[in-house]
Design a protein around this ligand. Structure first.
Ligand code: GDP
Ligand code: MG
Length: 441
């Protein structure tokens, strides 16, 4: 998507006369690209209208950096669409919050309930899970298994068929046990059916949730808006979680879900395991949707913190895409050593959001140090290979043993490396033109 949008803008800015027609052609191409990324038709139209309001053709003709103006307009409009203007719900530790998950069958509710509970447990909450899904066979077993793995108390029944009764009992039990975050998992149906919505209404009325979280599979494409709206119309949805972003989905559905529910996205699911999720953050998400990192911020900061004569070399290394593990090692070292570089990396896609999340620097630092210890046990050949092949089990075991860590941690580090290499490959073509201004191409 990013490539296509960039090309469209490039084409326009190379036109001899930038007139209404050239801008329209550019916007039409962008429209097509966004539609292909599952951004809903009505939102794309809205975006197009807004961009035309922002982008003043007279300004464009006056020799301003047209590409930058249009790119920024697209970026900021997409960000606006993902921000419903109300803060995400945060449970309070001193009091009991009830959170109800809703969504179609297979959307990822049960999996995500556990992720949500696990995330808050790590933050010091006392979560509990209630299985109010009596529709799907094996639903309780699935929740029980997940909860046990995460060491989270759970409640459910094999025999009771009334979901409302189970939910009420479960919530009452955990309130008595002083849990501060009671999560009610509900059933879904394959389709949006009246019976499902009726059940959700009854459950909400009986358990009085502090927030209802709508869980949506990111791969449903253009159906996102209607689905989210259907749920919003029957229960007071207050937050959204988008799942399966590790798959082929392009993420445009998130914009639809926000627009239809007027609620913020709080998490995105990136895998089947309980630690495979990301706390949602608008700007990196839009960057990803556009297929690139948050350039503008990164480039500005690079100019601030890297000496001018080194900037070019620095960018070249980063933009090669297939970087060696040693470069990652050196980057980690800089992250730990230099204050300002921390900021630089926090704006670098792939490094930033995951490695140095705000307020969790200590944790991130420990992680970085662990990865560095692991890399200390690698051979030069392993570290310097420009594109390290997947390591086999024996190699990983040797590295784990050498560093006093376990194989899972070695794998985790290599995953982090792969993520970094992937996000850097999106930066290919980052150049410093002769006049010294950094820009992306
Ligand atoms: P529910 O019917 O809404 O409760 O959905 P489940 O939680 O049972 O999930 C349905 C399927 O999707 C399961 O196989 C999950 O492992 C899988 N799943 C859920 N979230 C994710 C995700 O973020 N990524 C991937 N790859 N799979 C997921
Ligand atoms: Mg389920």
């Amino acid at each position: 998507l990013g490539g296509r949008i960039t090309r469209a803008i490039q084409q326009m800015s190379s036109a001899i006369v930038i007139d209404e027609k050239a801008l329209n052609e550019c916007l039409n191409e962008i429209t097509r690209a966004l539609l292909q990324s599952d951004v809903s038709f009505r939102l794309v139209k809205e975006l197009q209208t807004n961009i035309k309001k922002i982008v003043n053709l007279d300004d464009l003709a006056a020799g301003h950096n047209k590409r930058r103006i249009i790119e920024q307009a697209i970026f900021s409009e997409l960000c606006k669409m993902l921000d419903p203007g109300k803060p995400a719900f945060t449970p309070k530790k001193a009091k009991t919050s009830v959170v109800m998950f809703v969504g179609l069958q297979g959307a990822g509710k049960t999996t995500t309930c556990t992720k949500y509970a696990y995330y808050h447990q790590k933050k010091g909450y006392k979560p509990a899970l209630v299985c109010a899904d009596t529709f799907r066979a094996g639903a309780f077993d699935q929740l029980k298994q997940n909860a046990t793995k995460a060491k989270i108390p759970f409640y459910g029944s094999y025999t009771e068929s009334d979901p409302v009764k189970i939910a009420v009992e479960g919530v009452a039990r955990f309130k008595k046990e002083n849990c501060d975050l009671i999560i009610v998992d509900t059933s879904g149906r394959h389709k949006q059916e009246d019976s499902l919505f009726e059940e959700m209404r009854q459950l909400a009325e009986a358990t009085k949730p502090d927030v209802v979280i709508f869980v949506m599979d990111s791969s449903i494409g253009q159906a996102a808006f209607d689905q989210a709206q259907a749920f919003k119309q029957s229960v007071a949805v207050g937050a959204v979680i988008i799942t399966k972003m590790d798959g082929h989905a392009k993420g445009g559905g998130a914009l639809s879900a926000v627009a239809a529910t007027k609620s913020p996205v709080i998490l995105i699911g990136t895998g089947e395991h309980m630690d495979e999720f990301e706390v949602f953050d608008v700007k990196p998400f839009v960057s990803r949707l556009l297929g690139k990192g948050d350039w503008s911020g990164f480039v500005d900061k690079l100019q601030e913190v890297v000496p001018k004569d080194q900037q070019s070399e620095y960018l070249e290394q980063l933009s090669k895409g297939n970087i060696s593990l040693r470069i990652m090692y050196e980057q980690y070292q800089s992250m730990l050593n230099f204050g300002p570089l921390k900021q630089l990396y926090s704006s670098l896609p792939g490094m930033g959001a995951g490695m140095m999340p705000e307020g969790r620097e200590k944790e991130s630092e420990a992680k970085i140090k662990r990865y560095m210890t692991i890399m200390d046990s690698m051979t030069d050949e392993e570290l310097d290979s420009p594109n390290p092949k997947v390591f086999d089990e024996t190699r990983m075991m040797r590295i784990a043993r050498g560093s006093g860590r376990i194989v899972r941690e070695v794998k985790e580090m290599l995953e982090e490396y792969k993520k970094l290499a992937k996000s850097l490959s999106n930066m290919k073509g980052l150049k410093i033109p002769r006049n010294g201004d950094l820009m992306s191409s």
